[in-house]
Write a protein that binds this ligand. Sequence first.
Ligand code: TYD
Ligand code: MG
Length: 471
Amino acid sequence: MARARTKHVCSECGHEALAWSGQCAGCGAWNTLLETAAESGRPRATAGGRGSGARRAARPTRLRDVEAPAERRLLTGIGEVDRVLGGGLVPGSVVLLGGAPGIGKSTITAMALGNLSGSGRRTLYVTGEESAAQVRMRAERLGEGALDVPVLAETDIGAVVATVESEAPEVCVVDSVQTMHSAELTSAPGSVAQVRQVTGALMEVGKRTGTALIIVGHVTKEGSVAGPRVLEHLVDCVLVFEGERERSYRTLRALKNRFGATSEVGVFEMRSGGLVEVEDPSARFVAEATGAPGSVVLVAMEGTRPLLVEVQALVAPTEVVPPRRVANGIDRNRLAMVIAVLSRHAGVQVGSADVFVNVAGGVRVDEPGADLAVALAIASARAGQALSDPEGRPLACFGEVGLTGELRQVGHPERRVAEARKFGLEPVIGPRTSERLGGLSAVDTLRAATRGALARGRRGGAAAEPFAEAA
Ligand code: TYD
Ligand code: MG
């Protein structure tokens, strides 16, 4: 009976089997059996309660009496990262850093460890993806500090755990969780079972040694970090690094944070010497805004911070049926909805045309407040009419579009308007607020917003050939 070191457990019904099969014998679901390590010798609570009988009842503690050491945060020295983390790394916490390959996960973690070791912290960089020499070559580009970080090239999680235990670093990066494997399981590295086992082992040793762990994970096709969301529940904090690889802007956002606000966003730019924080992203994006037909400035909220980004649209005749609806940086379904409301309630038809919408700079905006900007960019592109004023300043707007064509309030209108004013973008078109806001041109419906915007454009902005529906 030496064989059964692993078992297969159905993720739907919990049925246990010794061997893997495509269908669960317990509930009949397909592809739900996951390999897990069989518990070794630990007595199990017998089903039905009684069983082990003489268990001592635990004594709950009043929260006030629970010992909570004054939290001292570990600063990574990268301002945007510390801000997204909610003021730095919490000792002993586990952070999952996700992102597509090539986005800069290894770069940012190497920079953070370099800064931490520079400020006298014990660090460890575990790489399963690259050789130690490759990690060194990257560190050379990042400057002196990064070269002081101890590196371990290892994929066996047992060895990694033992090293963390003996070195007891204050901060340890594991790059990446998909390359680590546990000898206790037979499945391949990167499988859900392995990823879960590896993370469990790391968390366990991290809690014991008080090490803050940054676990790097690739994002799957579905967009979740390291497998079907399994890890996101386990860890304290989930950060995702986004952006398009070909573009230089990257955003770092918190999807989950037990020690700070989520939806905080840091903006970076990839340069030859590593990632550079973009301190005032609004200024950059506004300066780059073209003000041509199809361009409008969205006053977005990224966490607690307003951010001005340019939204561009192109409406072009096509032979393709059905016509294309391409969204970069905004949700595709949201785009479809906005197009439908434009046609039904604002008299802007794009029926047989391709529609492309793009948030410039490779930024992603995930909030309903982007609707109006998308709508106005499309209306402007379709009419061939720029929305900029006589001085050439682009139009700024925000607001959610409702299905009945109304404009709905979104969070923090006063901060949005203030940010736009900072860059001389006045008035901002947006939904009516409970209190009057200087600098806000409040409108109630999408129809009124498109009319107003196009009229302003006719007074000032450049015009191009309007899109003509094929007869
Ligand atoms: P990397 O951090 O290896 O990405 P990931 O770990 O997420 O897969 O690096 C991403 C890209 O960044 C890589 O193609 C090279 C580029 N890069 C720079 O442009 N400048 C730099 O200083 C460094 C270190 C990398
Ligand atoms: Mg990498």
